[in-house]
Ligand binder design. Structure first.
Ligand code: COA
Length: 383
């Protein structure tokens, strides 16, 4: 196995992008990463694209061919990777494995979703839950995460205000991210008084419906300095599966796939949570920010809410969480999220994150999950 480096990254602005088509969005992200890496399109040997559901959102399947064609990259192998909201994380992992194995040298891993073109995206997103046991009974993702939040409040005394702090900190960070969908700051009072979505989760506890794309260029670590003075190295790429439906779990206040992927990643990198300088977590709803910092090992189970409340997850805190603004405020175009998380960590490790820079960041982590935790991808990167 070869060591792998990231030599270029890019992310489009996330938001409701009426004037950009699906194919132009992913091409913009891809070209941005190619330019950032200083490679030529002709150098690319393979492409992996994370996408949850172009079929449901824009009625287009076979996007692997569509993108290679539109970007002028035929005949390189182009592969779509799908694992609901973890599609991007798995596209990244597929690219890493292709380079590590020696199959390819220069690879592009990207992610894209255009969600705002359908009138009601909620049933489309719900297809990532268990159809028979969840979606067909009327359950949606906000309601699944609401059940997890209620149970966490019951078991650990997590408060409504602590949940709100996850959003407050994310929006604070997003206010310094020009690519973020919702860069406005919000207060605890605004979160807990925003429109009810699924009790106890309100509008400002939820990640939005987003359009966007992101891309990274990978190559063998030994080649990286031919292209850049600031390569970022992949220290670990881990993936784990969990039950798709909540009722099959021994507990709904912990996501086993996160626990298992994190365990593998720390083992692979020979690191512990104390070594991580910043983490981009999958906070699709405020409760998942809390579950993530617990399940990744940064705080004891039940202590996540207090960690956000006491500011331990702020950019200057004990463990900076989501300097980008996270899914909540940067936005969550499902298939693009895992790649956008990696792009943010790369900018942070290169010292290029501007006002949201985590000072002296050397090691960063990403955490991307599908559904309520049926899939988890955890990556660790170093300068
Ligand atoms: N955070 C902050 N503001 C938001 C928002 C969010 N998540 N979602 C929408 N808004 C704002 C809009 O900009 C709009 O503001 P305006 O009136 O000033 O223009 C207003 O709230 C209403 O927007 P609208 O698009 O009508 O919202 P909605 O009620 O249709 O959708 C949610 C809101 C929370 C239901 C929707 O964003 C959602 O389903 N999120 C979860 C997505 C999801 O499940 N992802 C997968 C996770 S596993």
């Amino acid at each position: 196995m070869r060591d792998v480096a990231i030599i270029g990254v890019s992310q489009t602005k996330f938001g409701e992008l009426w004037d950009v088509s699906f194919r132009d969005m992913i091409t913009e992200a891809g070209l941005g990463a190619i330019e950032d890496a200083g490679v030529e399109g002709a150098d690319l040997e393979a492409m992996y694209v994370g996408n949850m559901s172009a079929g449901l959102f824009i009625k287009q399947e076979h996007i692997s061919s569509l993108i290679a064609d539109h970007a002028g990259l035929t005949p390189i192998p182009s592969t779509r990777v799908e694992a609901a909201c973890a599609s991007g994380g798995l596209a990244l992992r597929s690219g890493i494995m292709a380079v590590a194995s020696g199959y390819h040298d220069i690879v592009i891993s990207a992610g894209v979703e255009k969600m705002t073109d359908v009138v009601d995206p909620t049933p489309a997103i719900a297809t990532a839950s268990d159809q028979e046991w969840e979606a067909q009974q009327g359950v949606t993702f906000p309601s699944l995460y609401a059940m997890m939040a209620r149970r966490h409040m019951y078991e650990y005394g997590t408060t409504r205000e602590q949940l709100a702090m996850v959003s407050v900190i994310n929006h604070e960070n997003a206010s310094n991210n020009p690519r973020a969908q919702f860069p406005m700051k919000v207060t605890v009072e605004q979160v807990i008084n925003s429109t009810m979505v699924a009790d106890p989760l309100r509008l400002l506890d939820c990640s939005p419906i987003s359009d966007g794309a992101a891309a990274v260029i990978l190559c063998p670590a030994e080649m990286a300095r031919e292209y850049t003075d600031t390569p970022v190295y992949v220290k670990a790429s881990a993936q784990a599966s969990g039950t798709i439906a909540l009722h099959d779990r021994r507990s709904i206040t912990r996501i086993d796939a996160t626990v298992n992927a994190a365990r593998s990643a720390f083992k692979m990198a020979d690191l512990t949570p104390g070594d991580i300088d910043l983490v981009e977590v999958h906070d699709c709803f405020s409760i998942n920010g809390i579950l993530a910092v617990e399940d990744l090992g940064f705080f004891e189970k039940g202590e996540g809410g207090r960690a956000f409340e006491e500011g331990m997850t702020r950019i200057d805190g004990e463990i900076p969480v989501n300097p980008s603004g996270g899914l909540k405020a940067r936005g969550h175009p499902l298939g693009a999220t895992g790649i956008a998380q990696a792009a943010e960590v790369v900018w942070q490790l290169r010292g290029e994150a501007g006002k949201r820079q985590v000072e002296g960041a050397e090691i960063g982590m990403t955490h991307n999950i599908g559904g309520t935790g049926g899939t988890a991808a955890v990556h660790i990167f170093s300068r």
